[in-house]
Design a protein around this ligand. Structure first.
Ligand SMILES: Nc1ncnc2c1ncn2[C@@H]1O[C@H](COP(=O)(O)OP(=O)(O)OP(=O)(O)O)[C@@H](O)[C@H]1O
Ligand SMILES: O=P(O)(O)OC[C@H]1O[C@H](OP(=O)(O)OP(=O)(O)O)[C@H](O)[C@@H]1O
Length: 285
């Protein structure tokens, strides 16, 4: 039987959440990351533990069929590799930053300047788009230090909280792209393995929907039910069941995690009591 080969980052920021999502979709992997390759016990899947930066080439060559990888790396090195699904973790930006004291009004201020980066293709494309000529210095790590040691006038690197820029006396001036971890597929994937990847995609979608939602149960006086139901943006409509106590009902529904506190306050204001909020593992719609 065919097995899907999937690459995940061997160590680094993507590793833990990549393994967690495979676990959450019910795939049980045989080993730790000391081996470079492992098989799933209960699914036609082989996991290859690789460097994030090397994964685009493995996808292009069809050495692996799919990968969990930073979108920024795919954009830098990916060519025609297809993004199958955004995964909602490792969110960051790739941005231009300059010293806090530098005058910066527009991209034209970078004309003739030196820019240090690990993302030369992404930067060059952005410069071309803005008709700016600049000199690129390609370095693989600690990019933010470059202006302080006189190597560059500006940098392009990953920004998340902004604390690395702050610590190095830099300010963000342009955002080139926004990125998160994605599930990507090789252009050379076989039909049989595409079918397996579709099963993985379907399961991941269910897990991600579950992570974005909460299951809410509450008790409400029957004369307030219409008002309470109007507040609840359920999947279809909430389930309403009679309680043993006359004149009261139990209402069950799913709500968006981000709107949860707002909705709870409104529900209380309309007479809801005994509100229980539970996490959801999966939502299969
Ligand atoms: N500070 C951050 N916050 C959120 N996501 C980040 C951050 N830094 C990096 N990432 C994301 O995580 C990915 C992996 O980053 P990491 O620093 O672990 O490894 P890398 O140097 O890209 O990979 P490798 O060494 O495996 O080739 C990045 O490509 C990016 O998508
Ligand atoms: O905006 P922040 O939250 O400070 O994150 C940005 C930093 O995170 C990444 O580095 P990482 O910590 O992974 O170390 P690295 O330089 O070894 O990649 C990235 O290269 C930035 O330097």
């Amino acid at each position: 039987m065919s097995k899907l080969k999937i690459a995940v980052q061997k160590s680094g920021r993507l590793y833990d959440e990549s393994m967690q999502i495979l676990k959450d979709i019910g795939i049980s992997i045989d080993n730790g990351r000391d081996q470079l390759k492992a098989s799933a016990k209960n699914f036609p899947l082989e996991v290859f533990y690789l460097r994030n930066g090397d994964i685009p080439q493995y996808l292009k060559d069809g050495v692996v069929d799919a990968a969990i990888i930073g979108e920024n790396v795919l954009i830098e090195k990916g060519g025609d590799i297809q993004i199958v699904q955004k995964l909602g973790f490792s969110s960051c930006k790739v941005s231009i930053a300059v010293p806090k004291s530098a005058k910066y009004a527009s991209m034209q201020d970078l004309e003739g300047k030196r820019i240090a980066t690990s993302y030369p293709n992404t930067v060059q494309q952005f410069l071309d788009k803005n008709n700016v000529n600049a000199q690129l210095h390609i370095i693989n790590g600690s990019v933010e230090i470059a202006p302080n040691i006189g190597l560059a006038d500006a940098i392009v690197d990953i920004v998340s909280s902004g604390s690395t820029l702050f610590k190095n006396g830099l300010k963000e001036v342009e955002v080139l792209l926004k990125s998160e971890a994605v599930l990507a597929s090789s252009p050379l994937i076989s039909e049989a393995n595409s079918d397996i990847l579709n099963i993985i995609k379907f399961r991941i979608e269910s897990v991600l929907k579950g992570r974005r939602s909460k299951y809410v149960l509450l008790n409400a006086p029957n004369d307030k039910l219409d008002e309470i139901i109007a507040i609840l943006p359920g999947m279809k409509s909430p389930t309403v069941l009679p309680l043993a106590q006359e004149g009261w009902s139990s209402v069950h529904t799913v709500i968006d995690k981000n709107k949860f506190w707002e909705i709870i306050d409104e529900l209380k204001g309309h007479g809801a009591e005994g509100i229980l909020v539970c996490p959801i593992d999966n939502m299969v719609l």
